[in-house]
Design a protein around this ligand. Sequence first.
Ligand code: PEP
Ligand code: MG
Length: 755
Amino acid sequence: MPPVSPAREILRRLHDVMASSTSAQAKLNAVVAVVAEQLDSEVASIYLLRDGVLELFATRGLSQAAVHVTRLAMGEGLTGVIAETREPLNLAEARAHPDFAYKPETGEEIFHSFAGVPIVRREASVGVLCVQHADPREYAEIEIEVLQTVAMVLAELIAGAGLIDDVAAAKARSAASGPARLPGLKLVDGLGRGTAVFHQPRVVIEHTVADDVEVERARVYGAFVKMREQIDGMMGQVEFLGGGDTSDVLETYKMFAYDEGWSRRINEAIDSGLTAEAAIDRVQQRTRARMRSIADPYLRERLTDLDDLSNRLIRIVSGQLGSAAQSGLRGDTILLARNLGPAELLEYDRRVLKGVVLEEGSLTAHVTIVARAMGIPVVGRVRDLRTTITDGDELLVDGSAGTVLVRPSAEMLKSFATTSALKAKRQAEYARLRDLPAVTKDGTRVALMMNAGLRDDAAALDATNADGIGLFRTEFQFLVSATLPRRERQTALYKAVLDAAGDRPVVFRTVDIGGDKAVPYMRDDAHEDENPAMGWRALRLALGRSGLMKVQARALLEAGAGRTLNIMFPMVSEPWEFDAAKALVEAQREWLTKSGRPLPAKVRYGAMLEVPALAECLDVLLPKVDFVSIGTNDLTQFLFAADRANPKLADRYDWLSPAILRFLRRVAAACAAANVPVTVCGEMGGRPLEALALMAIGIERLSITPAAIGPVKAMIRSVDLAPVRAAMAGWLEVGAPTIRADLTALADNLGVARG
Ligand code: PEP
Ligand code: MG
């Protein structure tokens, strides 16, 4: 055994091997020679995965006649087991192991001890490095570590030489890990099947052996400083938001970020001659190995946080900060992330994006709304994504059940196919309702409109036969764009939507950016909002940056030439804000009139009611507006003071609470008295039971996600509203936290279709 730092001496020699201009085979031969000598082993061998089978590529100590002849399947023999499990083996007596497979051509019968480690690339085994010895002895822990370090270098060497079949390796790994079922929170309905892709991909380490240890030390030092700054910055923001899950995670992050032991271990790995990336990864691999052996769920979770932080550190040090969207998706994909912003989601190609799985997430977060608009199923609050799923795994997402199936078995696939068929059948039933009116059994006609935001959404108007677009979220165009969209592009989009809608009305909501819909080019670096949902967003931002609003007003007026144009302002908190916004649009209209440009035949102005204060001023507001639209997503978060994006509060307050329903009833009555049409355009209206409750308190116009039109129309057509209205009046007198159970029971009694 070499006395001190065997890793350092080996890496010094491997550095020379890697730098030499010999063939890949000659390099592999040199590596086994170095390993055998440095570890004082009689045998050192490298097996690599070729055509799905492990093949002996180089050996020192076994018969040379066996090279490129001895082959083992995944899981066959000790080598196959190491590749399959991605775990090292360290045995004093190899033969005593139940998986030992004797290969006569190697002449290995004289050796007793055996130690081997997997060669891993992109989290898949691509080969095995092993050593053998005539004496029966277990290798020391430090020797196994040395082997693991050499395996990292080998992964680089064989990838550089094109000796790795990445696809076959990923398949083999996937087959080895077995199926799993992960529970989560239902966020967007639907089924999706595809390959797992992490939004923030793991960095693939291209260089493992350092040219200059001091340079690598400085790089790691710099990355630690930057990472600590980032964590401190995030902590500062979260403290103002009052903690919650995020704050717990960040507390642990902070503890690890400043943990001396962690940075010391990385520095030791650098001392041995690894690059900064490889050193962090080496220490991370050890953490993962520990993670696998810990049963305590709390400790496991903490180690997952450390794993997350290691990823962050590697990404900083390697400068690879982009998301998977930048490298493009290949084939049907299920996207995985801790959390996503709506703009981040919109960067992906919706044609191949078949599902999204989040560790956080909530029902009315904008990313959920965008996914719903894109028709992509989402499951949230799924734990341990990184430890259970690897890039390339096959996944089935069931947004209706809130489950994710990982590497599904034949049986899981079969039952998934059955669920898909049932869903398709139900869709066909909804399609049959397409041309029938949304009218209750006792004759109340409900206007069923759809929410939209992307150009392609307009196609859903025909598919669903909706009564129009009740909410067109114009900010989606701003979110998908790297820079502020030019006026011509805005006009073109609005015109295309109006053309597609024909005679049906379209309500354009002016930009609602800020909050969780941040756009990079509008960020105010000098003043980060500490509570963005209540900050400088929507109409507040638009009135503050009136240039933006003027451009949008011009674009809308030009697109609406010759037709009725419906404009609605988001987050109106006091009536004067509506006046100011309307005046801004009117000034543009006057300018266009003066310059003789074609104008809309009529402009109708509406206010979104999503800030409770506005409800206190309806007597002032209603005479000024042509219509009102209630945004229940924001309204409920402000009414309950419960952040709509906070997963911990996701199920705390029910949409069917008397607080909300009484509030909405009051608004509906005031609008009816003033003869102003009122619509609900939040996510609440897209759920059959909630929609029924809204109808029972006097809301007769709903604007909902296109996929909800079928189920909500089926509900409407199956209900007698009068008894529900009567029961509702009684329930709202009582102060129960929710009327859900009562309403469900009544709906079932009346035979109402609840989706
Ligand atoms: C709402 O707040 O209910 C709404 C419809 O607007 P958004 O979800 O875009 O904030
Ligand atoms: Mg809103």
